[in-house]
Design a protein around this ligand. Structure first.
Ligand SMILES: C[S@@+](CC[C@H](N)C(=O)[O-])C[C@H]1O[C@@H](n2cnc3c(N)ncnc32)[C@H](O)[C@@H]1O
Length: 244
């Protein structure tokens, strides 16, 4: 897997094998969590405590990237899959104890609906919104806009499908080939099967989060300063601001 950076070593220690395996199968995904954290640390927000809502915390990889980015955060990490969230709870207990982190087991929409208007500085997420059905995603974006404070920021590292469908298909084919190359030699056909089965979900017409449609949805929800950056194959970082 090559030489581990200090960042990787910290993640391997706190998150465990889960992080190492994700880095092996999809290095772009672990990098995207790092970028989400970096965007939060670059935020100009002057609040004494930054109130962050994280959607789809999973096993805690993005959560840890956020916690490492800034000292003055409070994160509410939302995930409605108990097995995933339980792992994050175990790995990140020290941040729960120090009052920087709490968890919600509700689904993203319900959790957001339970929050006050203009009460959150940043909504951050990685690899979660692409799992949503279009209509659900639209409602989630509307709620994100509502709960953000004026000047608040939405930061999402995720699978943003390419507008050029042929190029998109080639990209996905290359992605699948890479999984075979990485997982076959280590006899992880079980993971290969899981990832392939999940890919059909991601690529289905009622889920796929096509770049131009996604950016337009943000605009229609009221966001400004919408930027897509760091594109790497199907992965990209999207940031958007709620107007002051
Ligand atoms: C691919 S994982 C991403 C985890 C982590 N952010 C990362 O990048 O490694 C997506 C997570 O989103 C969660 N999720 C999917 N749909 C959700 C929903 N509607 N509400 C809350 N969490 C959801 C899943 O349970 C899963 O843990």
């Amino acid at each position: 897997m090559g030489t581990k950076t200090t960042y990787d070593a910290m993640f391997s220690t706190v998150i465990g094998k889960e992080y190492d395996m994700l880095k092996l199968i999809c290095p772009a995904a672990t990098e995207m969590s790092r970028l989400v954290g970096e965007s939060v640390s670059a935020s100009n927000n002057k609040s004494e405590i930054l109130h962050v809502v994280e959607l789809g915390g999973g096993t805690g990889i993005t959560t840890l990237a956020l916690l490492s980015a800034k000292n003055n955060l409070h994160i509410l990490s939302v995930d409605n899959e108990p097995t995933m969230q339980q792992q994050a709870k175990l790995s990140l207990q020290q941040w729960v104890d120090s009052g920087c982190l709490s968890f919600s087991a509700e689904d993203a929409l319900t959790a957001l609906q339970g929050l006050e208007d203009s009460s959150v500085d940043i909504v951050a997420s990685a690899y979660t919104l692409h799992n949503f059905l279009h209509s659900y995603r639209q409602q989630v974006l509307k709620e994100i806009f509502r709960v953000l404070k004026p000047d608040g920021e939405f930061i999402n590292g995720d699978r943003y499908g390419l507008d050029d469908i042929r190029q998109h298909t080639h990209t996905i084919q290359a992605e699948v080939s890479e999984w075979f190359k990485v997982l076959t030699p280590i006899n992880r056909n079980d993971l290969l099967e899981q990832w392939l089965v999940h890919l059909f979900n991601d690529e289905s017409e009622d889920h796929v989060m096509r770049e131009s449609v996604a950016l337009q949805q943000l605009q229609e929800s009221g966001f400004i300063d919408i930027k897509l950056s760091h594109r790497n194959a199907v992965n990209a970082l999207v940031t958007a601001i709620k107007p002051a």
